[in-house]
Design a protein around this ligand. Sequence first.
Ligand code: PSU
Ligand code: MN
Length: 305
Amino acid sequence: MTTLPLEISAPVRAALDGNRAVVALESTIITHGMPWPQNLETARSIEATVREAGAEPATIAVIDGTLHVGLTDSQIETLSQAKHVAKLSRADMAVCIAKGGTGATTVAATMIAAHHAGICVFATGGIGGVHRGADQSFDISADLQELSQTPVTVVCAGAKAILDLPKTLEVLETLGVPVMAYGQDALPAFWSRASALKAPLRTNSAAEIAKSHRLRQALGVPGGQLVTNPIPADAEIPQSEINPIIARATQDAEAHGIAGKDLTPYLLQRIFELTDGRSLDANIALVLNNARLGAQIARELTSLS
Ligand code: PSU
Ligand code: MN
């Protein structure tokens, strides 16, 4: 029997064993989502934010063929400077482990690993979704399928606004994934607090989110929940400003023939350049905001069990 090379860090193990709150964190945002050195600073401040909010952070990655749940600071530092790290989704993770490779986990892969370790809540920036032009490219992130089958509550700031948001909502509805806006009716749009779309569901409390997580399981419905938490007002880039920049970045990607796994990292980097770094400041603010809410939900979940 082949067993999974899995290493749960001592602090994460202790928190899980003691029924204390744990929040999973992804590593693709470190390796592919943000430039050095802000990626390292952000990875550290997300962990600090989760701790301040009373939960244990568990950053997840595959390193030299072992699936790590909970990284040391030096592992995070190494990842943040590593070049050519694989971007792992559901399809790639086992192969990367088999080869003894190193890879960063996307939302989909982080959910799989979190569930495997017994972690119910995961905070990130934005999930993948249906790309603009998907009618031609068929580019729909595996994150959406994962939400329909793995029971982890994911806190994000909406699907990344580089995507086709109406189509992303349609696919999530088809897959039976609850999409709830936190504290407002409108679906947040990552860098902007609100899109033009109404979120399918609304919730105003972490306790309610924790309760519906458990009730979903009690009903025997597989899959997770998607909580969309608007970026803090002082950090947002209004849609009127960001939309033309997204359109320009999307055109540039097309002109350069960027597709597949490279598309999301390319667009984030291009928008960073076109906004003189403002998109990154916004991205950092929204991730920290999501880390706080994720910790609250994780704490509510421990008090329910
Ligand atoms: N959110 C961010 N930055 C990122 C990502 C999300 O703020 O880099 C990553 C996540 O790991 C997500 C991935 O799963 O982008 C989506 O990639 P794709 O569109 O190729 O599925
Ligand atoms: Mn894709």
